[in-house]
Design a protein around this ligand. Structure first.
Ligand code: OGA
Ligand code: MN
Length: 569
């Protein structure tokens, strides 16, 4: 997880799905203090795509004229293989890391527990919605066996309606014990467990809900519609517990059962993305766009994937059409973020600006320049900070008075084995060469690297707001002449970034950094402090390398409690 720009904006964010009831109390407090610290995946999870109507011929025709870029994706679809177990997808699964994050860390519960429906869905005899114009026949969810105990089922449903979770759960548990062949009752036992879990913030209870859904699905007499409900609930609950692989498998089973259900496929795509299986997700969205070419949710996700692949031109119409659709799940910072970035990188700067402004107007960004997606809302945001303002006068004094030994250590690792400095990997670079040597990342010390630069690491060790900054890094950054770094934005407003100038060439046009449009340069032995959640861009136009030490520190307005509980980035 090295680099300036954590992977959450590059890969699909898995971190934000940490919604299990872990550290529940802290997270509730967090949520009250700051509305959003997770603008990533969370919303997708909590507002799944709505069911789409069948496409009409008109819609198909619109899309045919809409552009070659999209039709290109309708080519070879190896979609069936995706639905089968033993996927041929070869991309690495990053689950273990995500899981660790989820277990250890606490964050805003933007992702809510899967909702327990309080509406009676006992099926056939349910009251009609008075606003409903067309009287569609409600699909069957009751087996013959369930019908025999319908009056009991209704009693239990009433308890659910009254939000008496535990009572309902006990009721259905007894009911299914004496009637083990009633899938609807079993499903409702699961719903009751789910409600109890959310009321008691209990993870084991979610486990019981999952078991009940699973049992219901496996019953021979389980009606297809009930299988759909159970599998949907099962996958959501598995995802909620951070069990991403089972959640994917359940969603895949669901998609095999309903291969043309756009809403199910859209969620399947997200499940793949959350496991880093972008190419599998891509095939799913290709299929959705074949079935429903205007589906906003599929468009933004396809655009996101294509943008990650580096196809900026192709990503633009997808992201644009998707965000313009305003459909649920499309109004997310990350889609505006990548649309703006793709526009900027293809020289459509005016349009990029407009997208950023629109994102800010819609509350997806803090401002057109400050586009971090993991924010504590109340924190002051401005591009440049003085040491006093940042509360790091003492840190700055120590860095500046030791700058020569820090520089010499950096040079020694550069000289000895250049291979120690790793290439920036987050496709932020336009031209040239930019390498980094990381000492601390997400609050973890890199023992191997610190052994090579012990003085620098020991200086940092005595700076708790840097050493413990789990939303940042400490690293040397070397940039070769001819390097241009695209305008980019860090992931969070919870850190400020100190740059200590170590080797700053003054030849040619020099090296410089612009943050929120304001140009600065470095001075050897001096610290520059900026907030990298604001858009910044770097040019290296000198004739020899430029070397700095980057030290991230917690934003001075964070409380000690927040520093302990915010998720790592
Ligand atoms: C940063 C950054 C570029 C550099 O610190 O966020 O983009 O010059 N730095 O190392
Ligand atoms: Mn940066």
């Amino acid at each position: 997880m090295s680099g300036v720009y954590p992977s959450n904006l590059h890969g699909y964010d898995v971190k934000t799905n940490k919604s299990r009831y872990h550290n529940a109390r802290l997270r509730v407090q967090d949520a009250q203090k700051s509305k959003s610290d997770d603008v990533g995946t969370a919303k997708i999870e909590s507002s799944p795509p709505t069911n789409k109507k069948l496409i009409s011929i008109l819609v198909v025709m619109t899309v045919v004229t809409w552009g070659l870029a999209t039709t290109a994706y309708f080519g070879v679809v190896d979609y069936k293989a995706i639905l089968n177990l033993g996927s041929r997808d070869t991309e690495p699964v990053v689950e273990s890391k995500a899981e660790t994050d989820q277990v250890v860390e606490a964050d805003k519960p933007k992702v809510e527990a899967p909702k327990t429906s309080t509406k009676s869905d006992s099926g056939e005899k349910a009251a009609k919605d008075p606003g409903e114009v067309t009287k569609k026949k409600k699909p069957k969810t009751l087996s013959d066996e369930d019908k025999r105990i319908l009056s009991e089922i209704k009693i239990g449903e009433k308890l659910l309606q009254q939000k008496k979770g535990e009572k309902a759960w006990k009721f259905f548990k007894d009911l299914t014990k004496t009637n083990p062949d009633c899938p609807k009752a079993k499903y409702l036992e699961g719903k009751a467990a789910e409600m109890t879990a959310s009321q008691q913030r209990s993870n084991p209870m979610i486990g019981l809900a999952i078991e009940a859904f699973s049992t219901a699905v496996q019953m021979k007499n389980c009606p297809k519609e009930l299988k759909k409900l159970s599998l949907t609930a099962k996958s959501e609950n598995e995802g909620f517990l951070g069990r991403m692989k089972p959640a994917l498998e359940t969603q895949r089973t669901l998609a095999r059962l309903y291969p043309k259900d756009v809403s199910i496929l859209n969620k399947l795509g997200v499940r793949f993305l959350m496991l880093g299986k972008n190419s599998a997700a891509k095939k799913v969205y290709q299929e959705v766009l074949r079935l429903a070419p205007n589906d906003g949710f599929a468009l933004v996700h396809m655009g996101f994937i294509v943008k990650q692949e580096g196809s900026w031109e192709e990503a633009i119409p997808l992201l644009k059409k998707g965000t313009d659709s305003n459909e649920p799940g499309t109004q997310e910072g990350k889609f505006y973020f990548h649309l703006g970035d793709a526009l900027h990188r293809t020289n459509r700067t005016a349009e990029a600006k407009a997208v950023y402004e629109q994102g800010a107007e819609r509350g997806l960004f803090r401002s057109k320049y400050q586009r971090s997606l993991y924010n504590v809302e109340r924190l002051t945001g401005k591009p440049f900070w003085t040491p006093e303002e940042a509360g790091v006068k003492e840190y700055v004094r120590r860095l500046e008075s030791n700058w020569k030994s820090i520089r010499d250590e950096a040079l020694s690792v550069m000289d000895m084995e250049k291979g120690l400095f790793l290439l920036e990997e987050e496709s932020l670079k336009d031209t040239g060469e930019w390498r980094q040597f990381t000492l601390f990342a997400r609050g973890h010390r890199d023992e191997n690297n610190c052994r090579r630069v012990p003085k620098t690491c020991s200086i940092i060790e005595r700076m708790p707001n840097a050493r413990g900054c789990r939303r940042g890094q400490v690293k040397f950054s070397v940039m070769m002449p001819g390097t241009h770094v695209w305008p980019h934005t860090g992931p969070t407003n919870c850190r400020l970034r100190m740059h200590l100038g170590l080797v700053i060439p003054r030849t040619g046009s020099g090296a410089r950094l612009a943050c929120a449009g304001e140009m600065r340069t470095w001075t050897e032995g001096k610290v520059l402090i900026f907030d990298d959640s604001f858009e910044h861009e770097v040019w290296q136009e000198a004739e020899s390398f430029r070397l700095i030490l980057i030290v991230d520190i917690w934003h001075p307005e964070l409380t000690e409690q927040e520093k302990k509980t915010l998720t790592s980035i």
